[in-house]
Design a protein around this ligand. Structure first.
Ligand code: SF4
Length: 725
């Protein structure tokens, strides 16, 4: 939102916290940036990444400036006009679709795309091309949480808000390191704890992170044993009568089977499997059971697993058996790693969903969208290829063409050598991106330069369902265009002239919000003007739904209600869940881990993750000098005893070998990882590092069967000292 001639209010485009920023264009043409004190999510705070965000648009040295293409991959990319690039792409897509059908093409997009961009790509491929082959890199980070929420609460919805942090007295942080990865939420937790010493933080993580170090109780479990731990806590909550029988009877199904399941193991057995003291499990359960506000927070440690959905369900169970949901300070809170992972889901940006959380397998939902879009084709009834499936399908030629938007799969996908081979062998690759630091650019037949943050307008939804408007403050360099404009121009080249005849993104947003009417993500009636005026709103926000909402005015006039509303802070305050019978579902969860097995050749478990000052594949943060100073090189964290057994000493170059590839990095000996576990950061790729620093040379493409999210946290490896050949 523009506040004066040179000052703009926007939102940080890194993690899902969605902090508010104020950007000022200085007289010397440079930008300055500070936290927005009026932003309800961040209240003026920014982390190291957010504070340096403006450098990513001031430095134009690595920007893609004009469209490029080549007729075959042995030729260099050559500058062409937008018409030439889009005409050729449309011609190739039409030919492939005619010859092999609509499922021969796919779009792979990103949680960094704005809501309008997500909506347009979905509309194009699902409603006009007739394929559901669109998926997003968000599949790699939160799809297990999506399925967990849907199964237990009936909807992909985060039921809590950030203000619940200040209402909670027990935080159960599991498989997450907010001190590094969601720092502003962590600061709010720390400040709340400092003011209220009775507040307890429990941290569950096989790796002793900064979050773990600051917690009151650290449970350093064996990797993959999260469900054993959660079930054991559930058993103690029952035994000690911390459960809420009234809530269970009135608002849930499945408690009896759950009870049977968690009583299959004693607490001592669970403690042994998890590799922790039984007394610590009792302590965690006592704190959770006795709390007024129990907030659980999690990210990839639960989600990125072959049993990711079950891990999510086992955690949500703890809220449902205690009734600690829908009241201040209580609820399961999945944190997101990308700025618009949630907005992408709202518009249907996964291979199995349609806008407003409709389902591609639901005939009524498909018909609603076909009618709304006036589709010339029937929407496909089966889900399209998910992220890893897309690359597998490219590799064996089931998929002929892929269009990659604002993501860098040649660093971020599991089993990266397979993904690289797939791109190399594919028939046609389009890469739409901001920077030539994306490794995928070098495999592209057509490269389309995209406008960056501040160079285009649109909306995003952060992890507490909060929608903000991001203004355009700068002209994009060269011939770069906003992603929305690229998509609607391409759709017109495909012949869908009327349906994609937009003048601006405001028209796209107005169209999208209409189709949310009468759904659980209802934002019908919200507009750019309302968002500029209110700074942000939290869905659902529809006039008809606001009368019982705790956060809004109580006027009977819908227009007045809408204009005075800021949305819904907290879901399920009436304990009516979104399941067909309005009851939340408690699941009896088996606790076996089915990850890649270790053996004598690969006896160690590798886990991957983030470092404090880098984000994703570093195409933005890797360009900021200040951020590179924190940790400049990839490294392998390994326990001193595991190192000693292999004659490895601090700082030595080691080879990490797995069943799919290898990595060479320096060793960092640390008791922060359990014996038998080692850790590699996930940020470095070939361009901003080397082939031998890519953590995903080692990971595998095993996925959770329901969420299709890969198992980044558990790969079997061996480590040895590097010896010159
Ligand atoms: Fe940006 Fe996340 Fe840091 Fe906030 S916490 S400034 S959204 S990276």
């Amino acid at each position: 939102m523009k506040t004066s001639s040179d000052t703009y209010k926007s939102t940080c485009c890194y993690c899902g916290v969605g902090c508010g920023v104020v950007v000022t264009k200085e007289n010397n043409g440079r930008l300055s940036l500070e936290g927005d004190k009026e932003h309800p999510s961040s209240k003026g705070m920014l982390c190291s990444k957010g504070m340096n965000l403006h450098y990513t648009v001031m430095d134009q040295s690595d920007r893609l400036l004009y469209p490029q293409m080549r007729l075959n991959r042995s030729m260099p990319l050559q500058r062409v006009t937008w018409d030439e690039a889009l005409d050729r792409t449309a011609a190739v897509f039409k030919t492939l679709i005619k010859k092999f059908g609509p499922d021969s093409v796919a779009f792979y997009v990103s949680g960094q795309c704005l809501t309008e961009e997500y909506y347009l790509v979905n509309k194009l491929i699902k409603g006009f091309i007739g394929s559901n082959n669109i998926d997003t890199n968000s599949r790699l980070c939160m799809s297990s949480a999506v399925v967990g929420y849907k199964l237990s609460l009936g909807e992909d919805c985060v039921p809590v808000c950030y203000d619940d942090i200040e209402e909670a007295d027990v935080f159960y942080v599991t498989g997450a390191n907010p001190a590094w990865c969601h720092p502003i939420l962590w600061r709010r937790m720390e400040a709340h704890k400092a003011a209220n010493p009775q507040v307890k933080i429990i941290c569950v993580d096989p790796r002793k992170t900064d979050t773990a170090r600051s917690s009151d109780l650290y449970l350093g479990i064996v990797p993959g044993t999260d469900i054993v731990l959660n079930n054991a806590i559930g058993r103690i909550l029952i035994e000690k009568n911390y459960i809420n029988q009234d809530f269970i009877e009135k608002h849930t199904d499945g408690f009896s089977l759950f009870q049977e399941k968690v009583f299959e193991r004693t607490i001592d057995e669970a403690a042994e499997i998890c590799g922790i003291d039984a007394k610590d499990i009792y302590q965690a359960a006592e704190w959770i059971g006795g709390s007024k506000g129990f907030l659980s927070l999690w990210t990839m440690g639960l989600n990125q697993s072959v049993i990711g959905v079950n891990k999510n369900l086992s955690l949500i169970n703890l809220h449902l058996i205690t009734g600690k949901i829908g009241t201040p300070g209580n609820g399961p809170f999945s944190l997101t790693g990308q700025p618009n992972a949630m907005g992408g889901r709202e518009t249907g940006g996964l291979a199995n969903i349609l806008p407003a959380h409709r389902d591609v397998t639901n005939a009524i939902h498909r018909e609603e969208m076909e009618t709304f879009w006036d589709s010339p084709v029937k929407i496909a009834h089966k889900p399209g290829f998910t992220a890893t499936e897309m690359f597998e399908a490219l590799a064996d030629d089931r998929l002929k063409a892929i269009w990659i938007i604002n993501t860098n799969p040649l660093v971020s996908m599991p089993d990266i050598n397979m993904a690289e081979k797939a791109l190399k062998n594919s028939r046609f690759v389009v890469v739409q991106d901001v920077s030539n630091l994306a490794d995928t650019v070098h495999f592209a037949d057509v490269v389309l330069p995209a406008a960056a943050w501040l160079e285009k307008e649109g909306t995003m939804t952060n992890a507490e369902r909060r929608i903000t408007y991001l203004p355009k403050a700068l002209e994009a360099p060269g011939e770069a265009l906003p992603d929305s404009e690229i998509i609607w121009k391409f759709a017109q080249k495909m012949g869908f002239t009327d349906a994609f005849n937009y003048k601006n993104t405001s028209e796209v947003y107005d169209e999208y919000v209409k189709i949310t009417a009468n759904t659980n993500v209802d934002v019908s009636g919200v507009s750019y003007d309302l968002l500029k005026n209110k700074r942000s709103v939290q869905w659902p926000l529809a006039a008809k739904k606001l009368t019982n909402n705790e956060t809004i005015a109580t006027s009977e006039e819908p227009d007045i209600i809408l204009s005075s509303a800021v949305g819904t802070k907290r879901l399920f305050t009436d304990h009516n869940f979104y399941t067909p019978n309005k009851r939340a579902q408690i699941f009896a969860i088996a606790d076996e881990n089915t990850s890649e097995p270790t053996d004598e050749n690969f006896p160690l478990v590798l886990t991957t993750g983030r470092i404090r000052d880098q984000w994703h594949t570093m195409t933005k943060t890797g360009r900021v000098t200040k951020l590179k100073q924190h940790i400049p090189q990839p490294f392998l964290q390994i326990h001193p005893k595991d190192a000693e057994a292999r004659n490895i000493t601090e700082g030595k170059l080691v080879v990490v070998k797995g069943r799919r590839g290898e990595v060479r990095v320096k060793a960092q000996l640390s008791e922060d990882v359990r014996q038998g576990l080692c850790f590699l950061p996930m940020h470095w790729g070939k361009i901003l590092g080397s082939n031998l620093g890519r953590a995903n040379n080692l990971t595998n493409s095993m996925v959770d069967p329901r969420s299709k999210e890969p198992d980044f946290k558990f790969s079997a490896v061996e480590v040895s000292l590097y010896k010159k050949p």
